[in-house]
Design a protein around this ligand. Structure first.
Ligand code: ATP
Ligand code: MG
Length: 333
């Protein structure tokens, strides 16, 4: 029995998180949960977006299943996602986008894993007002952070029987920062002679992803491109409701959906919980509970394939809870 920490989040967070926990319990996942309310509601109650006990729980358990959290705009808060990634040095953001035969899209052959560097680039949030009409933002790229994310991408390729890693960059314009990232990529590629490697400029990647997504395998890139390009990959496979992720550091691991808290549909019981559920499957696999993850994945596939009980983002008319129950009904004993 492994104890994990759960942050329930804002907006659709509690709805999709509850559905996921119930499916995990129904699948007899060998997990105990320490759940915390975090985000805006918690701030209104106790003056903290993330209570100290929630941080303490994560520091003890080292594994976090996190629902989306809204960072209040205009109150001077640093993004909570960025805060968590930095505080626990969760440097590798891994986002697998795979076409599902049951979800009809114009792109049936997508199987792409994005490795997004998670701690630096423009996300350091260092902006400076030079004068009334001029603002500078700082982009930071370091050898240490670049080496570890690139090495992880190649190691993942080896471990998962993948064939190629593509470096995504803009080194033609950002010759020093992205230039260094690209140089390091070519150095590390030599350590992995069995894995093919190439590099592409980010704008070209966006075009190629839509024209020929099947030619991509693993992609590795700095933080900002990773944010944007991985949303694009979610669009290829049927939308944000289907893109899971994990954030790994050397000591901590955090699993979350790529999407945000979707305030436009919060409380309506129409949110699709698949992205956070698949993130929970990644968590089970991380813990070596592959059979339990596989059972949940086959149940999701069966429900998607039947296409009788789907949430509105997948052109269905069912609620989050009906979708949850359909998945539970397809679990194998
Ligand atoms: P963030 O800044 O946190 O990334 P965002 O502004 O990109 O947030 P999201 O919250 O990710 O926005 O939502 C983008 C759109 O996708 C919204 O219209 C939202 O309703 C929809 N969406 C996101 N997640 C889901 C989901 N799980 N199920 C259904 N629709 C979703
Ligand atoms: Mg977004």
């Amino acid at each position: 029995m492994k104890t994990i920490t759960v942050f329930k989040g804002d907006g659709i967070g509690p709805e999709i998180c509850d559905a996921t926990l119930q499916i995990l319990k129904a699948a007899k996942a060998p997990l105990a949960f320490e759940c915390f309310e975090v985000g805006e509601a918690e701030y209104e109650r106790n003056g903290k977006l993330i209570p100290d006990e929630a941080y303490a729980s994560f520091e003890k358990n080292r594994i976090l299943l996190k629902a989306p959290i809204t960072t209040p705009i205009g109150k001077g808060f640093k993004s909570l996602n960025v805060t968590l990634r930095n505080k626990y040095d969760l440097y590798a953001n891994i986002r697998p986008a795979k076409s599902n035969t049951a979800v009809k899209t114009p792109f049936p052959d997508v199987d792409i894993v994005t490795f997004r560097e998670n701690t630096e680039d423009l996300y350091v949030g260092v902006e400076e007002k030079i004068d009334e009409n001029t603002v500078h933002a700082t982009k930071i790229i370091t050898r240490k952070a670049s080496e570890r994310i690139i090495r992880d991408a190649f190691q993942y390729a080896v471990d998962h029987g993948r064939k190629k890693v593509t470096c995504v960059h803009k080194a033609n314009i950002l010759k020093m920062s992205d230039g260094m990232f690209l140089d390091i990529f070519h150095e590390i590629a030599k350590e992995f002679p069995t894995i093919a490697s190439d590099d592409k400029i980010v704008d070209n990647v966006c075009m190629q992803l839509v024209m020929r997504p099947e030619t991509f395998d693993i992609m590795v890139m700095p933080n900002l491109y990773g944010d944007i390009v991985s949303d694009l990959t979610s669009g290829l496979i049927g939308g944000l409701g289907l893109l899971p992720s994990c954030n790994l550091g050397s000591d901590y691991a955090m699993f979350e959906a790529v999407h945000g808290s979707a305030p436009d549909i919060a409380g309506k019981h129409i949110a699709n919980p698949t992205a956070i559920l698949w993130s929970a499957c990644m968590m089970l696999e991380y813990l070596g509970e592959d059979a339990c993850a596989a059972n949940i994945r086959q149940a999701v596939d069966a429900v998607l394939q039947e296409a009788k009980v789907l949430t509105p983002d997948l052109h269905g008319t069912s609620t989050t809870e009906e979708y949850r129950d359909a998945i539970i009904a397809h679990l194998q004993a």
